[in-house]
Design a protein around this ligand. Structure first.
Ligand SMILES: NC(=O)c1ccc[n+]([C@@H]2O[C@H](COP(=O)([O-])OP(=O)(O)OC[C@H]3O[C@@H](n4cnc5c(N)ncnc54)[C@H](O)[C@@H]3O)[C@@H](O)[C@H]2O)c1
Length: 408
């Protein structure tokens, strides 16, 4: 051993008890575990897992630490590989076994839409907390059953409408609630993609379940407009009535599970008008056929005193027009949402440095844990997400019958 390494070693030995006591005092004894059992290791499985792993580093005030107890998937080899990569303690290949485990506190549902209800209801009945991906369910009937089960069991719950937790979107909510826009006249939202234009793209199975109505429930309405509706209702209040049109541009596609060419039953595109409870008018459009757009989620709100615009492609900026500004400098301002007094930003870097998409999931995990600790609900709850489901259903019904539909 060289002199230098001997010195390091003796330094470590003389300090080890101090280091370990300090570590123990500062860290572990104050943290309670929140044991997570996550179902589905796809896109959302990764974003949520990342949220659980990062949350305590940036929200040190939380008293619970998510523990990646078990990941559940149907393919054992792939599930094991995911567990190793993301450091889950164990795996399950049947979500029923996951729910039956006494060492799991919360079930996180990251599977396609047709499995949300069954898993969530069973988890609630077993007394587990439930975090469920959006859309809540395949339809409002199923959604109501989920709400009933969750509320009967009185378990903590939330639905991952994560765009609410983009700091600029949260700032929009703050500005509206402060009355800065005054009376609101218009709400406009788009969610545009272009990934299903190819008519040879099959439907169904891994990666393509969104094109199969049996797995997805609907097309862009439940997948994309559900996000726009959740944000809109959060920012601008309830929607009373809708009139919609939908189109399925490619009518038949080969089904990956049956191998046969089958009718396509999802909506490829949807546009709807609506009336909000506060008297404002809404205009929403979504499609997977807008060549050049990958995930263009935008909204604009026009009020009596001010307007707001936001664009997911530039998610850290909120555009703001204030009519009370001096006319010589009046115009659209770009608010770069990075200062520490802006929603969530005090938790991250220094002013001027932005955060991204993945942080919205860290924020939702943080808010969920805080809600568990305070006993308050974590919005959107299953009940709130059911409202969005009802609006989606009214949109699809209206498109079918060509009539205005009231929200039930
Ligand atoms: N909040 C958002 O912004 C957002 C974004 C994308 C997807 N989502 C939602 O998240 C959910 C999952 O979407 P995704 O993009 O992660 O899909 P994905 O296809 O990437 O992953 C789904 C996973 O679920 C697994 N799975 C399917 N059935 C299962 C079962 N019975 N048991 C265990 N595992 C099962 C699949 O094998 C796959 O690993 C959907 O409800 C979707 O609408 C939300």
């Amino acid at each position: 051993m060289t002199n230098e390494s001997e010195n390091h070693w003796s330094f470590f030995m003389s300090h080890w008890s101090f280091i370990s006591i300090t570590f123990l005092l500062n860290q572990e004894p104050t943290m309670k575990p929140l044991n997570i059992g996550l179902v589905g290791y796809g896109f959302m499985g990764r974003t949520h897992t990342n949220g659980y792993k990062r949350v305590n580093d940036f929200f040190p005030e939380l008293k619970h630490r998510p523990v990646l107890k078990a990941i559940c998937g149907r393919n054992e080899e792939q599930t094991r590989a995911f567990a190793e990569q993301w450091q889950y303690e164990s795996i399950e290949t049947d979500w029923r076994k996951l729910i039956a485990r006494p060492d799991i506190d919360a079930i996180d549902i990251c599977t396609p839409n047709n499995s949300h209800a069954e898993i969530a209801i069973a988890a609630a009945q077993a007394g587990k907390m439930v975090l469920c991906e959006k859309p809540l369910a395949m339809n409002p009937v199923e959604g109501q059953q989920m709400v009933d089960a969750i509320e009967k069991a009185q378990v903590a719950n939330t639905v991952w409408y994560n765009y609410r937790r983009v700091p600029a979107v949260s700032l929009a909510k703050q500005l509206i609630d402060e009355g800065r826009l005054g009376r609101i006249f218009h709400y406009r939202a788009n969610f545009l993609q272009d990934w299903t234009i190819n008519a040879d793209l099959p439907q169904g199975g891994a990666g393509l379940w969104r094109l199969d109505a049996a797995s997805a429930g609907s097309g862009v309405t439940g997948d994309l407009l559900a996000h726009c509706i959740d944000t809109a209702v959060w920012l601008n209040g309830s929607i009373n009535s809708v009139t919609a049109m939908t189109e399925t541009f490619v009518k038949e596609r080969k089904h990956n599970l049956t191998g046969k060419v089958e009718k396509v039953s999802i909506d490829d595109a949807c546009a709807f008008l609506c009336r909000f409870g506060n008297g404002s008018l809404g205009l929403f459009e979504s499609t997977r056929y807008a060549r050049g757009h990958k995930a263009l989620y935008t909204f604009e709100i026009n009020g009596e005193k001010a307007s707001i615009k936001w664009d997911l492609h530039d998610l850290h900026r909120l555009e703001y027009f204030d009519y009370s500004d001096n006319s010589l400098i009046r115009g659209w301002h770009q608010v770069h949402c990075t200062d520490g007094d802006m929603p969530y930003m005090g938790k991250w870097w220094v002013p001027g440095l932005q955060i991204g998409y993945e942080h919205t999931f860290v924020h939702q995990v943080a808010d969920f844990i805080a809600s568990v600790e305070s006993g308050k609900s974590c919005s959107p709850t299953f009940r709130e997400a059911l409202e969005t489901q009802k609006i989606c259903e009214a949109v699809l019904d209206s498109a079918k019958c060509g009539q205005w539909k009231e929200i039930a």
